[in-house]
Design a protein. Sequence first.
Length: 210
Amino acid sequence: MSIYSEISENVRKGRMKAVKELVQSAVDSGNSAADILNLGLLSGMNEIGELFKNNEVYVPEVLVAARAMNAGVAILKPLLIQDNVQSVGKVCLGTVRGDMHDIGKNLVKMMMEGKGLEVIDLGTDVSPENFVNTAIEQNCRIICCSALLTTTMDEMAEVVKQAEIAGVRDKVKIMIGGAPVTDEFCKKIGADVYTSDAASAADAAVELCK
């Protein structure tokens, strides 16, 4: 079994200590940080994402896998910067103004990071201006808005409007999601993409960054 397969398998099983040891060992053996990231850590997280999409694993398993992956990424970060390895793309993510729910948002963040995207997490209760200003300042390709309340869904339309006012609507894609949100609503407000779950959101974001 290759070291990458071992890393991948231990990420999948959420074994943080083993992942840290294997990543360090792979680095010490002269493997490239990009290969360790892509063939080991991200590959394991991708598998978890697929299982999650098919309801074969649940949120707790995703959480421990993401924690294990992040422990490995922490070791690689200085090397990736040194090698100038680019992320797949940059995304800013948050729950819209008036909404304090973050479980769905946090899952989306983990799945996106598991696909090699760089995620700026704005937290909850995020104003439309904050979404758009962050996207401009940080050079994000995508704004991701989450809402769990029917009463806060309309804030997503405000985010689209703010992006138009700021003159960046053609440069930044807007993705939306959350329990009450639908594809129909997405089209109505002029957002770009609606996805029904975290794993699909991560896949869609990667496609948009291509």
